[in-house]
Design a protein around this ligand. Structure first.
Ligand code: PLP
Length: 381
């Protein structure tokens, strides 16, 4: 059995979600838009899933709209949010540490629709300081988008403080957060956060791939990205993926039930690994930190792909940096001001509620052995 330590890329579907999906696929498989009894039963599953995810995000069910993934949620929030709010100005504020689903979308708005984009430099851990946001806000800022947990370093941005700064200086600006790595990993309440738009993705929280959600604050009339049959109260057309929604709901409910215990266990495991890795690998650096599930480390002078080949031979799966893009140096780590040799030696280890201490120890053993065995052959010139 492989040792899977790449849960920031995606997670195993939990038994509760798999059961819910199977039942929806084989029993309640009708189109939820159909008026007959089976259609109504499928529609009830969709509403149940919505209520479950809404409870986990601490929002109203009617503030939550299902999407196909986090990328769609980010595209919807940014494209339509910027257009909708352009009457208040055309300045967009975000950071260099965002996921490509945010960065590429904002860049396109700048290139094609005449918006001006400011990308803040992250702190040394990958988070964005509320003071830097306050200083960069302009009278014409119409949208601020900052992720809640960085997918490469696990750094947590104080979004409540960011939201306060934005409300003070630019009360009309929309606040969006990509909470794909934060939802069910760090405490997150839509009610108290103060954001207008929050992006979620199911497959990072033990639901299947292909389902996400966008929180749209009540009263904000964000136009749809996908138009068509008018599903999701006219906000997101397309036949709802009942089985995926049922699974997302079940995964969210399960995640919420064990949130405190899971976070505490992952934080303990992360701390244990950090202590071992530092003690056994002279020169090892821990990058960022904050979220309990993510451990980003670097062995400067060693190339991460070489270390990863060694880990792979032991059936251990980790990530070089973001698994969402292939090749290339991590832009996030570069934006944090880290030197090239630190970036090239960076590995991301990400845990889940199913990660065991034995698996964590197997990774630490393997990294130590890799360094010792490869010392002569892979040392960079
Ligand atoms: N945002 C962040 C922070 C992510 O880590 C990811 C995926 O890794 C995404 C967005 C994209 O989510 P999805 O894979 O559901 O499109």
């Amino acid at each position: 059995m492989s040792i899977y330590l790449d849960n920031a890329a995606t997670t195993a579907v939990c038994p509760e979600a798999a059961k819910a999906a199977l039942e929806a696929m084989t029993v309640q498989y009708a189109n939820p838009g159909s008026p007959h009894a089976m259609g109504r039963a499928a529609a009830a599953l969709v509403e149940r899933g919505r209520a479950q995810v809404a409870r986990a995000l601490d929002c109203l069910p009617e503030e939550l709209f299902f999407t196909s993934c986090g990328t769609e949620g980010n595209n919807w929030a940014l494209r339509r949010g910027a257009e909708y709010n352009a009457r208040h100005g055309k300045h967009l504020l975000s950071s260099q540490a965002e996921h490509p689903a945010v960065l590429r979308t904002l860049e396109e708005l700048e290139a094609r629709q005449g918006f001006t984009l400011t990308l803040l430099k992250p702190e040394r851990d990958g988070s964005v300081s509320p003071d830097a946001v306050r200083a960069a806000l302009r009278e014409d800022t119409c949208l601020v988008s900052l992720m809640c947990v960085n997918n490469e370093t696990g750094a947590v941005t104080d979004l409540a403080a960011v939201a306060r700064a934005v409300r003070e200086r630019c009360p009309k600006a929309l606040i969006h957060t990509d909470a794909v790595q934060g939802f069910l990993h760090v405490p997150l309440s839509a009610r108290s956060l103060g954001a207008d738009l929050i992006t979620l993705s199911g497959h990072k929280v033990h639901a299947p791939k292909g389902i996400g959600a966008l929180y749209i604050r009540k009263g904000l009339n964000l136009p749809p990205l996908l138009t068509g049959g008018g599903q999701e109260s006219g906000r997101r057309s397309g036949t709802p993926a009942v089985e995926l929604i049922a699974a997302f709901g079940a995964a969210a409910e399960r995640g919420m039930q064990s949130f405190a215990a899971d976070s505490a266990r992952m934080a303990e495991l992360r701390g244990h690994m950090a202590r071992r890795l530092r003690a056994e690998n002279p020169g090892l650096l821990l990058l960022g930190g904050g979220a309990p599930q993510l451990l980003s480390l670097s062995l400067p002078g060693w190339r991460s792909e070489v270390l990863m080949n060694f880990l792979e031979a032991r059936d251990i799966c980790v990530a070089r940096s973001s698994a969402c893009k292939r090749g290339g140096r991590s832009q996030v780590l570069a934006a944090m001001g880290l030197p090239g040799d630190v970036i090239d030696g960076a590995i991301r280890v990400s845990l889940s509620r199913y990660t065991t201490r034995e698996e964590a120890d197997a990774f630490c053993d393997a990294l130590r052995d890799a360094r010792e065995r490869l010392r002569s052959s892979v040392r960079r010139r």
